[in-house]
Design a binder for this molecule. Structure first.
Ligand SMILES: NC(=O)c1ccc[n+]([C@@H]2O[C@H](COP(=O)([O-])OP(=O)(O)OC[C@H]3O[C@@H](n4cnc5c(N)ncnc54)[C@H](OP(=O)(O)O)[C@@H]3O)[C@@H](O)[C@H]2O)c1
Length: 268
């Protein structure tokens, strides 16, 4: 019997990319999985693609930034599987553009999905996780270590998750609920991935040349290991560990490095 055998997990934002890869890995480990995202058609396509024999997979479309949809998600999970062991707050959106150029809606939309879209499912899951002594995992980014030029709303939303997870880890300790936060680095993107441009329109994610990108399936394996080991923080690769170290010990040097890199990027 493995750690995930017969457990019940919700993975938000699981019709694409990292969330889908996590759902696939969990199903392979005999976990019961609930997948969710806004676009019903794409979610149904993912459901049909990853479903195995037996009653192991449930899909529930919804928007994590809407409290009512999150209530439905948790209720349907309990109604169908009778329990909840793991919540992975993965749904997230990215953007590009400097603060001065961004439409204010970009800030709001990013905070709604990346921050409140993790708060709502977590709040609603806690009563159920108390009885299973389960896990809540937040998917964050290296952008949460220090604010990045050109990504201020994204970095702010992911930094907010750091505060949320730190508070929750202490609040939920008496109930033996594990809280974790994963600071992911560049990961190979799904071709369907979109981000907000400065005007708040969704555009295909631009290609990231010159950066080493990890395979989604390897990232998913690391995320599951974190849950199994009930680890609080994880930086996933050498780049993450180095950035975290540099920012803590030599913050001015990291600030200077970022400024230089940004200048170089702008001139290309
Ligand atoms: N890819 C990277 O390099 C990288 C690096 C660091 C951190 N991360 C983080 O990892 C997570 C997953 O990233 P990804 O690259 O796999 O993203 P992705 O390919 O864009 O997939 C995002 C998923 O979230 C869903 N989603 C978006 N907004 C939602 C909402 N409001 N409610 C419910 N579902 C929603 C999308 O489906 P719908 O659009 O149909 O809702 C989709 O299933 C994000 O939190 C991201 O910030 C990614």
């Amino acid at each position: 019997m493995n750690y995930f055998d017969d457990k019940v997990a919700i993975v938000t934002g699981s019709s694409l990319g990292i969330g889908k890869a996590i759902a696939i890995k969990l199903l392979e480990l005999n976990c019961k999985v609930v997948i969710t995202a806004r676009n019903k058609q794409r979610l149904a396509k993912t459901y049909a693609e990853i479903k195995k024999d037996g009653d192991q997979l449930l899909m529930q479309a919804g928007d994590v930034s809407k409290l009512e949809d999150c209530k439905n998600l948790i209720e349907k999970t309990i109604e169908h599987f009778g329990r909840l062991d793991i919540l992975i707050n993965n749904a997230g959106l990215s953007m590009e553009g400097e603060v001065v150029d961004l439409k204010p809606d970009v800030f709001k939309n990013i905070m709604d999905v990346n921050y409140l879209g993790s708060v709502y499912p977590s709040q609603l899951a806690i009563p159920h996780l108390k009885s299973t002594e389960g896990s809540i995992l937040f998917i964050s980014s290296l952008a949460a270590i220090r604010g990045l030029p050109g990504f201020a709303p994204y970095a702010s939303s992911k930094m907010a998750l750091t505060a949320l997870s730190e508070s929750l880890a202490i609040e939920l300790k008496p109930f033996n609920i594990h809280v974790g936060i994963a600071y992911l680095g560049f990961t190979k993107n799904d071709p369907e991935k979109t981000i907000f441009n400065k005007d708040g329109e969704l555009i295909p994610q631009p290609t990231r040349n010159g950066f080493k990108q990890k395979d989604v399936s390897k990232v998913a394996t690391q995320i599951l290991l974190m849950i199994k080991q009930r680890k609080f923080k994880s930086y996933f690769n050498l780049m993450g560990l180095s950035i975290n170290f540099l920012n803590r010990i030599f913050p001015r040097a990291y600030h200077f490095t970022l400024s230089r890199l940004y200048k170089k990027y702008q001139s290309e």
